[in-house]
Design a protein around this ligand. Structure first.
Ligand code: 3PG
Length: 386
């Protein structure tokens, strides 16, 4: 993918509008995971060190788009954490009409861009207004690049200059590397609750990769579709037909040893998928299932991981996810994981720093590896051609 980058511009004394994804979890006014902020720092520092006049925009959560300030969704806790990370105070400005002028090498942050009418509907009026705030627009919110919003895609067409930031480029490079190395020795490990949200992804990856191992609710639904009795396990009834088609693919692997219990408060029992009893639920994949598949992990050249294998938040049902995390981290493959739950699971398993690349994105990560076109990336490419 060809975009213009930071090195194509001189930022000195230029007004720069930087779109970041600072959509981080906040509890009681405090950021509880600052990974997205930390990964945004290189682009911020580059622009400030070159003495640009920096305006940062981001969304936080999903507020109502009504031009009104909604305290619950204020970027204030994010800005506080950013101040700590950068060691300087940062004004937080509401609305677009009174954006103060900025000294070279200084920055400010605009309030949650999703307060503004027209953001999510990608209204050209808002895109133009945003574009007019700056001489150069820098898009570094890879995690929001699958949204065709005013501040991610719409703005690019109206900006005098637009380029990709360092994180966006890093994400695209790492994920492209993963997809370019498609071969019979590439492996995907997919878990999570709902097969409906990942059906296209599983189909697309099973066409491109050597094997796709399923866990969690995705696997339970396939087991039920194949006629196994799954008790009270989490499944999606409406997806049984499509799950059956998926299960018929030779390279879609559904582990056969699982961990069951009568409730999530009880200890789990390892059993075979054809021995699940009435009242029981499958809460995890048994680690042995992955040991039996170790050849796939040892021979893999690339591994993509998204989604936990079971109810990993409960310690007695985390062993399947921990085992798969360990096997991915120990393999010689180029390993990539993405998605909030997956990152938490990798952190719990203590393997986060042993994976080759950890994407900051959730939905955008999945759409990218599925091979879909992401609107903000498309717009950046188009701009680079002009
Ligand atoms: C994310 O967390 O995946 C991104 O910030 C996008 O958020 P959204 O799903 O609310 O658009």
């Amino acid at each position: 993918m060809k975009f213009l980058g930071l090195n194509d511009f001189q930022f000195k004394d230029q007004k720069v509008l930087l779109r970041l994804d600072l959509n981080a979890p906040v509890e009681e006014g405090k950021v509880t995971n600052d990974e997205r902020l930390i990964r945004s720092l290189p682009t911020i520092s580059h622009i400030l060190e070159e003495e640009g006049k920096l305006i940062i925009i981001s969304h936080l959560g999903r507020p109502e788009e009504n031009d009104l300030y909604q305290p619950k969704f204020s970027l204030s806790p994010i800005v506080k954490r950013l101040e700590e990370l950068l060691g300087k105070s940062i004004p937080l400005i509401e609305g677009l009409d009174n954006v103060p002028s900025i000294e070279s090498g200084e920055l400010l942050v605009l309030e949650n861009i999703r307060f503004l009418k027209g953001e999510k509907s990608n209204e050209p009026e808002l895109s133009k207004k945003l574009a007019n705030l700056a001489d150069i627009f820098v898009m570094d919110a890879f995690a929001t690049s699958h949204r065709a919003h005013s501040s991610t895609a719409g703005i690019i067409e109206f900006s005098k200059n637009a380029c990709a930031g360092l994180l966006l480029r890093e994400e695209v490079n790492a994920l492209s590397k993963l997809m370019l190395k498609e071969s019979t020795s590439s492996l995907a490990v997919l878990g999570g609750a709902k097969i409906s949200t990942k059906l296209n992804l599983i189909n697309s990856l099973s066409e491109k990769m050597g094997a796709v191992i399923l866990g969690g609710g995705l696997a339970n639904t396939c087991l039920a579709a194949q006629g196994y009795f799954v008790g009270n396990s989490l499944i999606e009834e409406s997806m049984l037909g499509q799950a059956l088609e998926l299960s018929k693919k030779n390279n879609v692997i559904i582990p056969e040893k699982v961990i069951v219990a009568n409730s999530s408060n009880e200890e789990g029992i390892v059993t075979h998928v054809d021995k699940v009893k009435k009242g029981q639920s499958i809460f995890d994949v048994a680690p042995d299932s992955f040991v039996e598949l170790r050849g796939l992990f040892e021979n893999a050249t690339t591994i993509l991981w998204n989604g936990p294998m079971g109810l990993f938040e409960e310690p007695q049902f985390s062993s399947g996810t921990k085992k798969v995390a360990e096997m991915i981290a120990s393999s010689k493959a180029f390993s990539v994981c993405g998605g909030g739950d997956t990152i938490s699971a990798a952190a719990d398993a203590g393997v986060l720093d042993r994976l080759d690349y950890v994407s900051t994105a959730g939905g955008a990560f999945l759409e990218f590896v599925e091979g879909r076109k992401l609107p903000a990336l498309e717009a950046l490419q188009l701009k680079a051609l002009k």
